[in-house]
Design a protein around this ligand. Structure first.
Ligand code: SAM
Length: 327
């Protein structure tokens, strides 16, 4: 039977759902590591560096009392960072049931977390759901508007289709107040495509990661293909093994403008480190986290392969147009 337009749409919807499930199951299955397991990870310094980047973004753009929306919050690894920023309210949402469960445990006082920490000083609401499918403006109508939205290491999961990429941006835009801030970290498409073009085949990587593109991208040109749905498999040692999608940044920025966002900045992680390691307070934070040894040299404790993996990511800051209310 020849395919009709309707069939093609149906098949696309089905495979999109299957991939979203795959991503959710992957993250759900990842249990909490003990402190010892974490320290023994081959990418421990990369994890620490990424935590430093997220902390810097949070400290730069959060004000005391802010209402925060954490899209794809995972196990709540950023809860402490938000607490330090003295936020007033937190909503975290993630597609992976297992991760939201861990996040809830962490928020309520983690029994396995060795030291008994005091409860977080802000109220929180934690939800399980697909941020790139659901109309979050309806689900979170009573919680909005938010001052800041953060989507860390997860926005690329929305680029499987144009509809999902649009839903992601529409959700954030609808929930942020005028002048509100959208921060995020995601794979840097420029770096990934450059590496693919330099690779002999469709696979490249090092001892801590590999990326494999599907056969359909064998010509490596991407000239005529849609900017959505450019899928690859990402493997990061001890962290990720998932289908992911390229987010061409220029297209992302243009699309974001349609949803009333203006770009504040976008920086590859290497550039980000160079820039913010000029500031004493962030050097001190790096020293405390232990990602870069004493903080004076770039890679003193990060292995060369981890540093190369860091280069795969970029951070962005967008501002929702309009002036905040004077009240
Ligand atoms: N933001 C957290 C952090 O920085 O620690 C978690 C990052 S983890 C690499 C990616 C997260 O994105 C996972 O928790 C995963 O379940 C979540 N995710 C992927 N697709 C999603 C979707 N469609 N809706 C909500 N969360 C999603």
């Amino acid at each position: 039977r020849p395919h009709t337009q309707g069939d093609a749409q149906f098949l696309e919807d089905e495979s999109t759902k299957i991939f979203a499930r795959k991503v959710a199951d992957h993250y759900s299955a990842r249990s909490n590591q003990t402190l010892e397991e974490r320290e023994a990870s081959p990418i421990i310094h990369l994890k620490k560096l990424n935590n430093w980047i997220k902390s810097v973004l949070i400290q730069l753009y959060t004000r005391r009392g802010d209402a925060v929306l954490d899209l794809a919050c995972g196990k709540g690894g950023d809860l402490i960072k938000w607490d330090k920023a003295k936020i007033g309210y937190y909503v975290g949402i993630d597609i992976a049931e297992g991760s939201i469960k861990d996040c809830r445990t962490r928020y309520n006082g983690d029994a396995d977390h060795h030291q008994r920490r005091k409860k977080f000083s802000f109220p929180a609401r934690l939800l399980c759901g697909d941020c790139y499918e659901i109309r979050l403006d309806k689900v979170l109508a009573d919680d909005a508007p938010f001052d800041i939205c953060s989507c860390q290491f997860a926005l690329h999961y929305s680029w499987s289709t144009e509809a999902r990429a649009r839903r992601a941006l529409a959700n954030v835009s609808a929930l942020l107040r005028p002048g509100g801030i959208f921060i995020g970290t995601m794979p840097d498409a420029n770096v990934i495509i450059k590496k693919l073009r330099q690779a002999e085949g469709l696979v490249f990587g090092n001892s801590v990661y590999w990326i494999r593109f599907d056969e359909e991208f064998a010509d490596k040109k991407f000239k005529s293909s849609s900017p959505f749905g450019i899928k690859y498999t990402f493997h990061l040692e001890d962290a990720v093994d998932c289908p992911e999608w390229i987010v061409p940044f220029q297209v992302f920025q243009k699309l974001a403008e349609e949803y009333d966002f203006e770009l504040v900045f976008a920086k590859n992680s290497h550039e980000f480190v160079h820039e913010y390691m000029k500031k004493p307070e962030f050097v001190e934070l790096m020293r405390r986290l232990g990602a870069l040894g004493d903080g004076n040299q770039d890679q003193s404790t990060l292995s060369a392969d981890e540093w190369e993996a860091a280069y795969l990511y970029m951070s962005f800051v967008l501002r929702k147009r309009g002036q905040p209310d004077k009240t």
